[in-house]
Design a protein around this ligand. Structure first.
Ligand code: SAH
Ligand code: SF4
Length: 343
């Protein structure tokens, strides 16, 4: 395990030339091959809706953005997208949306999860990424058949978190949600944005330590990319876009070295900054891809940031096997075993 100082040293090395990080990336890819394997697992991403009750200062679909055209997929569209992913041999789907907590939404998600389960005879893995909910709601969705949950902490420093969110968004609540998810039995994923305004490499080192402390099963992190219709767009980041890409790759590699048996995604935001961004993510130690399977007609409206690629299903550059395998992180099974033997 690396100390904070060692992490800061790697992250803080001069940026500009990806070739200088070659040994770091190759070492991480080698650790990945030996632990979770060489294979890249696929999750079909379904962007259910861009309606959101929250107002995160960086996000293009925040409630305060009156210019975002709002949409909601129909049940039929969601099931069709899931069926498409299933037929293509993807092991899982991820249902993601802006945050909503009303009863109608909770029930709808529950029903959709059950229906996807029925449609695939329980064989298609179901991940949810639907923000902060009560422990009871997390339990309901788990009982319906969801088994993984992604909830990024966004920035593990409470101070930085505070600068990126309005005052009524609570850091402590987000951490409590991650704990509730773990208690419910989910495989828990979190992550951060990289290259945010006010963020320093020390914060990124602390993010890695946070992931370790939270003993997470999965991680999705990517570069921060400005969205012009957000308050944060006018605030300068210390890092250029190229530098954010490189930093994100360093973060992936370091996390793989620190937590070898978890699942790490090569995210869409990498792709938004570089045509081969996801390939670079895999070369730096990632093992998960989340191709978008949302119906094309609404795809442009789920715009979290500027320049989000609409087309990302070309998987020819990856070692994938479309056989429907779930590809759970070995970390989940081993932490559950360890918890059992302590009882
Ligand atoms: N509402 C849910 C899920 C949808 S948002 C949630 O917030 O958890 C999914 C992710 O998009 C967020 O976790 C955030 O990390 C990322 N995101 C939002 N705005 C972004 C931006 N401008 N640049 C990069 N990533 C962004
Ligand atoms: Fe809503 Fe998630 Fe965007 Fe925040 S990051 S505004 S919760 S969709």
């Amino acid at each position: 395990m690396r100390s904070r100082e060692e992490l800061v040293k790697v992250l803080g090395a001069p940026l500009g030339d990806l070739a200088t990080d070659e040994a770091l990336f190759a070492g991480a890819a080698e650790v990945r091959d030996r632990t979770v394997g060489r294979r890249v697992y696929l999750r079909g991403l379904i962007e259910l809706s861009n309606r959101c009750r929250k107002n995160c200062l960086y996000c293009g679909i925040r409630s305060g953005n009156g210019r975002a055209e709002r949409y909601e997929l129909t049940d039929g569209e969601v099931l069709e997208a899931a069926r498409g992913a299933w037929r293509a041999g993807y092991g899982s789907v991820v249902i993601q949306a802006g945050e909503r907590t009303d009863g109608a939404f909770v029930e709808r998600v529950e029903r959709l999860v059950e229906e996807i389960g029925r449609m695939s005879e329980g064989k298609l893995g179901i991940t949810l990424s639907l923000g902060e909910q009560t422990a009871e709601v997390y339990r309901r969705w788990y009982r319906a058949g969801a088994h993984r949950y992604l909830l990024r902490i966004e920035a593990s420093s409470p101070v930085l978190y505070g600068r990126l969110h309005p005052a009524d968004h609570r850091y402590e609540r987000r951490v409590a949600c991650l704990e509730a998810l773990r208690e419910t039995g989910y495989q828990v994923g979190t992550g951060v944005m990289i290259g945010l305004p006010f963020q320093r490499v020390e914060d990124l080192a602390d993010d890695l330590l946070f992931f370790r402390r939270m003993d997470i099963d999965m991680c999705g992190m990517g570069p921060y990319i400005e969205h012009p219709q957000t308050p944060l767009a006018g605030v300068r980041s210390e890092f250029t876009r190229e530098e954010r890409l490189q930093l994100a790759l360093r973060m992936i590699a370091l996390l793989r070295l620190e937590m070898p048996d978890i699942n790490i995604a090569a995210t869409t935001a990498l792709h938004a900054l570089h045509p081969r961004g996801r390939e670079l993510g895999v070369a730096a130690g990632a093992n998960i891809l989340m191709p978008n399977v949302t119906p094309e007609v609404v795809r442009g409206n789920y715009r979290l940031y500027e320049g989000k690629p609409a087309e990302d299903t070309d998987l020819s550059g990856f070692r994938t096997v479309p056989d429907g395998a779930w590809g759970d992180a070995p970390h989940y099974a081993s932490r559950r075993e360890a918890a059992k033997s302590e009882e």
